[in-house]
Design a protein around this ligand. Structure first.
Ligand SMILES: [Fe+2]
Length: 508
């Protein structure tokens, strides 16, 4: 991320491009009442490092109140730098709350597609309804992103991405594999360098359905593990024996930078020591007096998973009792609890990656858990549940991804006592395209977990939420066939509601 002194930099006045420089489209994100982030990246050869000369390039952007870009309210320029792969993000300010805007970037004689975005309703003002969608886990190889086509038709106010935006693995052979079908391929071996990560983001972002979804409304993003390395935790890689700690830190820096370069984020990476970047993804959004959303980062500050990390679960072990284990780190936990405590919103959403509720994967003793989820961090989870019990923030709802399956859980004061009070409700969304080979192991143990109200691991799609003061509704949207590139249809597999003041899900 070294930036040379400004007097030595070269600015291309009239750059020429070998191909369309806006091949990766446009995006917007982090909606606040008066501002939103606008994003693009110049990449005439997106899969080969971008194909841009190593000079600064001036990009013009315009924001309008109509989709034909006639009533322009902002017309300014920004510099795209080679150090950030000619990606730019602009905080478009001075906007009005709860309103649609359109935006477009221009460079030389080229223009980007027009994107639509929307500001958040002013915090604290009366809001009768909010509609948003959330997605997670979009493995490029195991399905097409047609879910996004249907999501755009559903026209949510915004999209939340809960992680696994890319997968880091090598290209797989096409065709049926054990427990999955490979319909299209990754563009390299496992990604490690900054160039690798950039090319992988470019591959994913080249997907027309994903691009259209970014251009349709603002996104709020956070990551899970595959944006860096499967099951990484803090500064610990998936296979500590195979990657030395320094190599992993260098890889993690590359992954953080590439994520930043491709997401419409307000946050930016800050150096923390010689080999560490900090990218603060945990943050809060307010939507009128109706919803306060707390977005968590359950990877960057996490202590390593207890026990052996057996997949998808392993027998209970003493290490799980370690009081010091944390998914979020102490600072983020304190931040979350204080935000919840101060919130005056009717619904308080905790948007994060991994299953929050307990899930026992074994009939009888010993019990078995997935220690990459909150089940590996039981004391921290109990602290949060105890907080909900004692401080009673209004209507807590947890939304999660990661496990490639729909799951509705009543979050209990004590998961081992089915009669104990339900303190919050969790809606885990299925993957957009990633496979779920462990679905049958979950299904076989549903009886062990009576607080689980619904499970389906066989469908791909996204979740649509309609929030009103008296009622929260969650629709599990499913694509007819994720292996089909076109002509798919969308359906609702199940709908659940939560009533104001009454934690726990009811079938709609
Ligand atoms: Fe995933």
């Amino acid at each position: 991320m070294a930036v040379s002194a400004p007097w030595s930099r070269r600015l291309a006045a009239q750059p020429r491009f070998s191909d369309n420089p806006f091949s990766l489209g446009v995006a917007s994100g982090d909606p606040w009442p008066n501002s939103v982030v606008l994003w693009t990246r110049l990449a005439p050869q997106p899969l080969e490092g971008g194909g841009m000369p190593t000079v600064d390039v001036e990009i013009r952007y315009r924001v309008a109140t109509d989709d034909r870009m006639q009533r322009v309210i902002l017309d300014e320029t920004v510099i795209a730098m080679p150090e950030l792969a000619h990606s730019v993000r602009v905080v478009a300010g001075g906007l009005e709350p709860a309103r649609d805007y359109w935006y477009q970037f221009h460079v030389a004689n080229e223009s980007s597609p027009v994107g639509r975005t929307r500001t958040a309703p002013a915090a604290g003002t009366a809001l009768s309804q909010l509609r948003f969608a959330y997605v997670s886990c979009q493995h490029y190889e195991t399905g097409y992103f047609t879910g996004y086509k249907h999501l755009v038709e559903d026209a949510p106010d915004f999209v939340v991405h809960l992680g696994d935006y890319i997968y880091e693995g090598a290209a797989s052979p096409l065709g049926p594999r054990p427990e999955r079908v490979i319909v299209r391929q990754h563009n390299s071996s496992e990604i490690v360098t900054l160039t690798d990560y950039r090319n992988r983001y470019a591959l994913y972002r080249s997907d027309p359905n994903l691009q259209a979804a970014h251009a349709a409304c603002p996104w709020i993003v956070t990551w899970d593990d595959h944006e860096v390395d499967n099951n990484w935790a803090g500064t610990v890689p998936q296979d500590p024996g195979e990657q030395n700690p320094t190599e992993f830190l260098i890889r993690r820096m590359a992954a953080f930078q590439a994520y930043y370069e491709h997401m419409p984020l307000r946050a930016f990476p800050v150096p923390r020591g010689a080999l560490e970047l900090d990218l603060r993804l945990y943050r809060r959004f307010q939507f009128g007096d109706l919803v306060q959303m707390h977005v968590l980062d359950t990877r960057q500050y996490r202590s390593a998973q207890p026990c052996l990390g057996g997949f998808p679960s392993e027998p209970d072990c003493d290490e799980r009792q370690d009081l010091s284990l944390s998914v979020t780190g102490k600072r983020q936990e304190e931040w979350l609890l204080s935000q919840l405590d101060q919130s005056s919103a009717r619904w308080n959403v905790i948007a994060q990656q991994i299953w929050f509720g307990q899930f026992d994967f074994a009939a009888g003793a010993p019990r078995a858990f997935n220690n990459d989820s909150w089940d590996g961090y039981i004391h921290q989870r109990q602290r949060i549940l105890d907080f909900l019990d004692q401080r009673r923030p209004s209507n807590p709802v947890v939304i999660s991804g990661d496990w490639h399956s729909y799951c509705v859980q009543n979050l209990k004061k004590d998961f081992d006592d089915p009669g104990s009070e339900t303190l919050a409700t969790e809606f885990a969304g299925t993957s957009l395209s990633s496979a779920c080979p462990w679905a049958s192991q979950v299904e076989a143990n549903l009886d062990e977990n009576p607080h689980v109200r619904f499970f389906d691991g066989n469908r791909r799609g996204y979740v649509l939420c309609q929030v009103r003061p008296q009622l929260w509704q969650t629709d599990f949207r499913v694509v007819s066939d994720p292996l089909e590139p076109e002509n798919t249809s969308i359906d609702t597999l199940a709908s659940f509601v939560v009533e104001d003041g009454q934690a726990g899900a009811q079938e709609a």
